[in-house]
Design a protein around this ligand. Sequence first.
Ligand SMILES: Nc1ncnc2c1ncn2[C@@H]1O[C@H](COP(=O)(O)OP(=O)(O)OP(=O)(O)O)[C@@H](O)[C@H]1O
Ligand SMILES: [Mg+2]
Length: 156
Amino acid sequence: MKITINNLQDTKKVGKIISENLLSGTVLCLDGDLGAGKTTLTQFIANEFGIKEYITSPTFNIIKEYQGKFPLYHMDVYRIESEDDMYDLGYDDYIYSDGICIIEWSDKIKNMLPEERVNIYIQRGEDENTRIFSVTGKGIVFEKIVEELKNENTCN
Ligand SMILES: Nc1ncnc2c1ncn2[C@@H]1O[C@H](COP(=O)(O)OP(=O)(O)OP(=O)(O)O)[C@@H](O)[C@H]1O
Ligand SMILES: [Mg+2]
């Protein structure tokens, strides 16, 4: 499904809906150009999730850990060169943990992603603060998020 985001407030709303539906072990993949809003959406999700810290893209350290309702593992795999790099970082332990994984630039490791996941592709729109979110995925968390987003009037 696709939704049009008019401003940061809309992104915050989506973050809230996502946060309310996350289950232990959920993998959320965020893709889209530099500055699309992947970290911004992560920040909103994290806030709703009881995390007070300021979230920055962990581009250099790849993975950052936060503690909310569940542990949140925030990854930015932009600089990853090979699957081995990911294994060396303990990727499997994170992906199959009880925490939540949010992965920016997930397309770089697409062959390593679990089948059951939520993908959000963010595109810029006409205006400075406009975005198009394309939501795809598989599994119960994906289905619930789509259902709730459809109930929002931002839906196309
Ligand atoms: N509706 C919106 N949703 C998200 N971000 C928005 C929106 N409107 C404007 N912005 C701005 O766009 C920028 C998005 O930056 P952000 O760091 O979240 O991008 P990113 O996709 O994580 O980039 P990178 O690939 O460099 O990590 C922020 O400055 C944010 O305030
Ligand atoms: Mg980012």
